[in-house]
Write a protein that binds this ligand. Structure first.
Ligand code: AMP
Length: 174
């Protein structure tokens, strides 16, 4: 008898949150720091690193790999990824993030020259709410062209009191 899954439940996350109520953990305060569970499956980027699936690799060293995004926002759109898999830039180590930024600074000028772009945007989504779709830390390098209309967001105005209030709240947590 064959089994057909007809439910709408999403697959169980391969990550679990680190830190639980009542347990003293530095991660308790930070709901975005996850630890891999025993159910962990390698991310699609880990499969690229392991050469299990193909990618257009531009740069690689001991800690970092950079390859073209398969669905680019612009020609030359590149992802810079730490080889050690963690779900986002809060979970990756400082050393890995330094290596990622070093690679961004190395690769971005080459991309700009190759595609004739005047500048680039770096972005990294953390958390599904921000649009993160691959839960393996990565920084996008997106070449920019005049009036390309990409990534434009609408600034708002906020009163001085409201800015003071949010500033005080954030500093409270630092
Ligand atoms: P984000 O949605 O910010 O997590 O970014 C994930 C990015 O990974 C998207 O821009 C995807 O197009 C890209 N991506 C997903 N799978 C692959 C792949 N196999 N090779 C290259 N890029 C990929």
């Amino acid at each position: 008898m064959s089994f057909r899954f007809t439910g709408t439940r999403r697959p169980r996350s391969p990550y679990r949150r680190v830190g639980f109520a009542g347990i003293d953990s530095p991660f308790n305060e930070n709901p975005l720091v996850f630890q891999r569970s025993q159910l962990h499956m390698p991310s699609i980027f880990s499969k690229i690193i392991a050469r299990e699936i193909p990618a257009r690799i531009l740069y690689e060293d001991d800690q970092v790999i950079a390859f073209l995004d398969i669905n680019p926002i612009a020609p030359g759109h590149t992802l810079v990824v730490p080889k050690h898999e963690e779900p986002n830039l809060l979970a990756s180590s400082e050393e890995d993030m330094i290596a990622v930024i070093r690679a961004v600074r190395l690769v971005a000028p080459a991309i700009l020259k190759a595609v004739g772009a005047e500048g680039f945007t770096t972005t990294s989504a953390t958390g599904a709410v921000s649009g993160q779709s691959v839960f393996h830390t990565h920084i996008h390098i997106i070449p920019r062209f005049p009036n390309d209309g990409h990534l434009s967001w609408q600034p708002t105005t906020m009163s001085a009191e409201a800015l003071d209030e949010v500033s005080a709240k954030i500093k409270n947590y630092l």
